[in-house]
Design a protein around this ligand. Sequence first.
Ligand code: BJW
Ligand code: ZN
Length: 266
Amino acid sequence: MPPSTDAAEFQRILRTSKHIVAIAGAGLSAASGIPTFRSGGGLWQTHDVTKLATPQAFAADPVLVWRFYHARRRAILAAAPNAAHYALAVLALPAYRAAVAPDARYTLVTQNVDSLSTRAHREVPSPILEMHGRLLDTLCTGCGHTEHTTADPLCPALGEADDATPIAIEQLPHCLRCGALLRPGVVWFDEIPHHLRAINALVEKADLCLVVGTSSTVYPAAGYAHEIAENGGTVAVFNSERTDDDDFAHFFFVGPCEETLPRVLL
Ligand code: BJW
Ligand code: ZN
């Protein structure tokens, strides 16, 4: 049976849910002007993922990788949360849940590295698990120290050079504690995502899962909604495109999530 599109029925289930989890992906930030990875105009359609988003790529050419992440840091610093981020932030408000889903716990698990959900959640006391790290974090390849910084550029060479101007590795950002090369604080392929223990505990308990703006192609995130459905939980997908892979979902709200989330949740 195809998933339901009945918002009123979804709201009835929302009202009786006790453990709500939202799993977000790049589509959540599309309306903020942040490119997705795989859909139309996505980053991986114009860039080779193996040369940019793996530890091997960084070891082979840290200058190329840093140029790519410098441009992406700059883009998110100029961006603002959109209506979809705010709709999920409202779900995190105790007063909203007291009215709509009494006693429910809610956690946002995001694959996004743009910190836009955190910005929308300011003043809202609800954890956000950023499982693929953060573009605005740097991670020291020597001592492992992580730092969150909005500095732009992170070092003069990245700010001044166009892509044709050579940059020496010594000119890239280095750790103030141990002197080693810094890398972007994101999770690349073949690396272990963050907060897995907390996420697994949430997934085990969840009775309602919102899957927002993700192609569900990257694991482990891609498996969470299936696991929740197998455990008897309800899955509602919010995506601009419908695929047969989503047939396991109970609800599917097709369209831009910056429109569907406020319509269905608020
Ligand atoms: C809208 C919209 C709008 C648009 N409204 N919707 C073979 C089989 C199975 C697994 C593997 C395998 N080979 C390797 C693996 C593992 C690998 C993996 O899954 N690879 C797959 C490609 C097959 N995974 C890993 O390596 C992960 N680590 C791992 O598995 O460790 C081992 C381990 C785990 C657990 C326990 C024990 C051991 C790490 C994955 C790291 C992913 N990193 C990236 C880059 C982050 C840094 C950066 O930004 O540069 O994370 S890749 C990229 O993909 C990014 C994203 O978070 C992630 C997911 O993408 P997302 O968000 O789904 O975006 P899109 O573009 O794919 O989809 C957008 C969607 O939005 C589309 O559906 C649109 O329709 C929709 N949309 N506009 C609503 N307005
Ligand atoms: Zn260090």
